[in-house]
Design a protein around this ligand. Structure first.
Ligand code: GLV
Ligand code: MN
Ligand code: MN
Length: 422
């Protein structure tokens, strides 16, 4: 039988921070995101864990290990949200990690490795234009200098935000550098419909899709909406719309990839003025990096076509690129074994009622895809109701949240044992 943790209550507590009628908006280093990190620190202190943060804004709660000087197993996710976020994407993995460490305490379980519950900073890239900002810094994929030079969509510089009221926690030590972990685990909601449709309650992630984020600036020519003849126009928005539709068609034709134009700025954005300038961002993903390359090439081709056909100018900037990553085979096997134990315990408690487990790839990006470049890494998924995510109606049932925490706790122990043999 699964023993209840505080996972549901804590998620409800965090869900109030940044809540509005469209969901939750909790950008990195805002007052509400700061408060979420403060709550995390409070839970850690109450449980007797040691707190540290780093210059990227990552926050670590360490449960000590028995072995001498071993690198930690880092377990976590993110507390920031997209601007229309739900209560579970990221927050579940952070709260779940904290609850798992508390369960190790409650069971008197000694691990050889220290285990750190982590709140990775700015995974969504919804304020500063870099996804997986904190985990990317931790993995050495983005230099702290490059991160410090970022300017948020609200015009605030990263350094000012980090060193201001919503930034680092004033009473937590700032760690030097970015030490390498022994392994990385992340618990997350699936964010898609596959597990729910298959009646599966736990997913072991096989790979995380690679992605590229590209910003395109289209410069056209402004003018009076009532007087400039249609054939004499260089409408930046019409050109951007054609590029977006052509890219959508390309992604459909290629298959096994997804492409989204989800951010668009139109200037001057007035009903009776021909758009002069449009900036839009493309997000393209696949577990096959070649498909991502082809989509990125497609952006260049479509922009070139519009320059000729519509007489606009396009400037293309790649904001970030992350290769697809496979999850570590040894860790996946250890997790599957741990889940086998969990399934047997559930069968004993509930008769024939087995828990279905599947291997699944992730179309969503995660902090673990960065940390996986420097250490063995793996992820566990629980189902998302209706596959909904990045919307306020995101939901996962309490019994699945609890099951995921139990699965994570057992997986931490299994991974600690696996790595201690080496
Ligand atoms: C993060 O949620 C992403 O996949 O963009
Ligand atoms: Mn997300
Ligand atoms: Mn997430």
């Amino acid at each position: 039988m699964i023993v209840g943790t505080q996972v549901v209550e804590r998620l409800a507590e965090l869900a109030k921070l940044g809540a509005y009628d469209q969901g939750i908006d909790r950008g990195l280093f805002t007052a509400t995101e700061h408060e979420a990190r403060r709550r995390f620190a409070g839970w850690a202190r109450a449980a007797g864990f040691d707190l540290e943060q780093d210059r990227a804004g990552n926050l670590f709660a360490r449960r000590r290990g028995g072995g001498d000087g071993r690198a930690p197993i880092v377990v976590g996710s993110h507390l920031d949200t997209v601007r229309t976020g739900g209560a579970y994407d990221g927050a579940y993995g952070v709260v779940g990690a904290m609850c798992a460490l508390e369960r190790l305490n409650a069971g008197g379980t000694q691990t050889e490795h220290p285990v750190e519950a982590v709140a990775w900073a700015g995974e969504e890239g919804s304020r500063f234009p870099m996804g997986c900002l904190g985990s990317g810094a931790y993995a050495g994929l983005n230099s702290i200098e490059a991160i410090e030079a970022l300017v948020g969509d609200d015009g605030v510089r990263f350094v000012a935000a980090r060193d201001g009221a919503g930034g680092l926690l004033p009473d937590v030590r700032v760690r030097e550098g970015f030490p390498r972990p022994a392994a990385c685990l992340e618990l997350h909601i699936e964010q898609g419909p596959i597990m729910e449709r298959a009646g599966v309650r736990l997913g072991v992630v096989s790979a995380i899709a690679g992605q590229v984020r590209v910003e395109v600036e289209v410069l056209g020519e402004s003018g009076h909406a009532g007087t400039v003849p249609m054939i004499a126009r260089h409408d930046a928005l019409a050109a951007a719309a054609e590029i977006a539709l052509a890219l959508e068609t390309l992604a459909r034709q290629l298959g096994e990839c997804v492409l989204t134009v989800g951010h668009l700025v139109v200037e001057p954005n007035q009903t009776n003025v021909i758009p002069a300038r449009v900036v839009f961002r493309v997000d393209a993903r696949s577990v096959d990096d070649e498909r991502v390359d082809r989509l990125e090439a497609g952006i260049r081709d479509e922009c070139a076509r519009m320059e000729i056909q519509r007489g606009v100018k396009c400037a293309i900037k790649t904001l970030e690129r992350r290769a697809a990553v496979s999850m570590d085979g040894g860790l996946r096997a250890a997790i599957q074994e741990a889940l086998g134990g969990l399934r047997a315990a559930q069968r004993d408690a509930h008769g024939n009622l087995d828990i279905k487990v599947m291997e699944i790839s992730s179309g969503a990006g995660h902090d673990t895809m960065c940390v996986a470049t420097i250490a063995p890494a793996a992820m566990i998924f629980v189902p998302s109701a209706g596959g909904r995510s990045h919307v306020g109606s995101e939901y996962t049932a309490p019994e699945d949240l609890e099951l995921g925490v139990e699965a994570l706790t057992r997986s931490i122990v299994a991974v600690d044992r696996l790595l201690s043999k080496k």
